[in-house]
Ligand binder design. Structure first.
Ligand code: F6P
Length: 541
């Protein structure tokens, strides 16, 4: 039975009719303790969901929908290693990557925990050697720069987390992340680096991704040329992270310098696998373990806490409330931390590649809207760019505000000013300003409508004491399980990504048309043909 046909969904739909026109001003006025009580905690994360267009009854009904959709059973199936990714016939076990238990979970005949800890130990040993100077380049010099080459899940996690945890990183090392096949990405990343002191980490689950292999090939050319044509240097300057030892060897990287992971780790869920190697080199093994422990804390919370007190489940269910009942199509994520500048980009892949689906597990079309568009920028920059639309525009954009009590650098009390913005924006969004209030300030009558702030714009606040490796892990795990919660209720597979394949195939078909010296066959659609002509002309072909 589809979730939308269940009595629980119907009860939510009926309840929506009662709640949809209620204003947050009234909900707060009627319930003086709302702001203290509509909160919950996971590890160090506190979620305040009181500024949402819902009541306690909404939460009860959403939790009932989650139970009805089988969220509990699906969660247990995930943690047990069942093949819940049906279209790829794979287990989904990123939670095993941060489980401190060293053995005991057998999946498809393998003790996955033992495998995880074995790789983690090799990663830690490698990170120690690079950081300590025992791993040198081919000329015997210490490594000074680490360049991660990867894309999607093989880039966004470590790139986001390196920036987030920069204050915990070894500042004597430089870290760069190259992802785009636009040649400028690699060229700019290496232009001030010395090949003798540069280490490349080629990160690709499949080791077949066009962007990554092309960038890695070019990086190898840059290195070998820079070291006087010494091909043997590759062994000291290239390591790989992959599930595909054969392709790593084909590329010319010794598999002794490969850090493996497994097909049960989805690309966008892979940053706590060996994909996090560059991050581990940056922050060291102990901070990395703290981060994994942070993930694990929220994994266990998600698995065990009742849904009405479950941070990831509530984040997923509240967002679904807006997507399916209020028609919201997007979700803003607004970290009040410059260190989290790449967090929205990271979440775009996590959320949109996972839940941008329009068929259910059995292949039939969904009958309720699914994944939302996720976007955002750190506050306060966003305030001076797009918040106008959030406050007075015609679309409903639920927002997650994220902040940390303690700063890493408090220059003359700036952090309190920063946090005052974090407090002010959700408050203004929720409560707005009425025409009477605006007029009472002596505003000219004609200007009053322009200055009215309608309010009733929903948001969550997520706060933690400080951005640390542990709280970053907790935060990411909360969003991972938020996505899972949504996917289970919608009845979709959050772990495949067939929709990105067609574009890859077409790019491979179109590349020769741009590369060939002779005029190609113009056998695509008329728009693509015209663009190929234009681009060839632009390159003098
Ligand atoms: O964009 C599609 C995708 O398959 C992502 O899911 C993945 O994270 C990315 O490409 C990179 O893949 P790989 O790690 O195999 O290079």
């Amino acid at each position: 039975m589809r979730i939308s046909e269940s009595a629980e969904w119907q009860a939510l739909a009926d309840h929506h009719r009662d709640v949809r026109d209620r204003h947050l001003r009234d909900l707060f006025a009627e319930d003086p303790h709302r702001g203290e009580q509509l909160t919950c905690r996971a590890g160090d994360l506190v979620l305040d969901y009181s500024k949402n267009r819902l009541t306690r009854q909404t939460i009860r009904l959403l939790a009932a929908v989650a139970e009805r959709a089988g969220l509990r059973e699906r969660t247990e199936a995930m943690f047990r290693g069942e093949h819940i990714n049906g279209t790829e016939d794979r287990a989904v076990l990123h939670v095993a990557l941060r489980d401190p238990a060293p053995s005991g979970l057998r999946v498809d005949g393998q003790d996955v925990r033992r495998d995880v800890h074995e790789v983690l130990e090799r990663m830690a040993d490698f990170a120690d050697r690079v950081r300590g100077g025992a791993w040198t380049g081919s000329t015997g010099e210490r490594i000074r720069a680490v360049v991660n080459i990867g894309i999607g899940g093989s880039d966004l996690g470590p790139a986001m987390a390196y920036l987030a945890l920069r204050d915990y990183s070894d500042r004597s090392l430089v870290f760069r992340f190259v992802s785009n096949i636009d040649p400028t990405d690699l060229a700019e990343a290496v232009r001030d680096l010395d090949p003798a002191t540069t280490l490349f980490i080629v990160a690709s689950k499949t080791f077949t991704t066009q962007e990554t292999l092309t960038n890695a090939r070019e990086a190898r050319r840059w290195l070998v040329e820079g070291l006087g044509g010494d091909e043997k240097a590759v062994a000291k300057h290239f390591v790989a992270v992959s599930t595909n030892a054969e392709k790593v060897a084909d590329f010319g990287i010794d598999t002794a310098n490969m850090f493996g992971f497994w097909d049960w780790v989805g690309g966008r869920y892979s940053f706590t696998s060996a994909i996090g190697l560059s991050l581990m080199v940056a922050i060291g093994r102990d901070h990395y373990r703290d981060m994994l422990d942070g993930f694990h804390t929220v994994d266990e919370h998600f698995r065990t806490a009742p849904y009405e007190e479950n941070v990831p489940a509530l984040l997923g269910l509240i967002s679904l409330w807006y997507v399916d009942f209020f028609g919201a199509q997007s979700q803003a994520v607004l970290p009040y931390s410059q260190y989290l500048a790449r967090f929205p980009a990271y979440l775009q892949q996590l959320c949109m590649e996972s839940n941008g689906k329009s068929v259910t597990l059995d292949g039939s079309p969904v009958d309720v809207p699914t994944g939302e568009i996720v976007w955002g920028e750190p506050g306060t920059n966003g305030q001076h760019a797009f918040y106008q639309l959030l406050h007075q525009g015609t679309v409903l954009v639920p927002a997650d505000f994220i902040a940390f009590a303690q700063p890493h650098h408090d220059l003359d009390g700036m952090h309190d000013l920063f946090l005052s913005n974090f407090l002010a924006q959700p408050r203004a969004l929720a409560f707005g300003r009425t025409a009477e209030e605006v007029a009472a300030e002596g505003t000219a009558e004609a200007v009053v409508p322009h200055r009215v702030m309608p309010g009733n714009r929903p948001s969550n606040a997520i706060v933690a004491p400080k951005l640390t490796p542990s709280t970053l892990g907790q935060l990411v795990a909360a969003y991972e399980h938020r996505v899972f919660t949504q996917g289970v209720v919608w009845g979709i597979n959050s772990f495949d990504q067939w929709g990105v394949e067609l574009g890859k195939v077409m790019a491979n078909q179109l590349a020769p048309k741009l590369q060939s010296e002779r005029a190609p066959e113009y056998d695509s659609d008329s728009s693509t043909n015209a663009l190929v002509r234009y681009l060839r002309e632009g390159r003098g072909r």
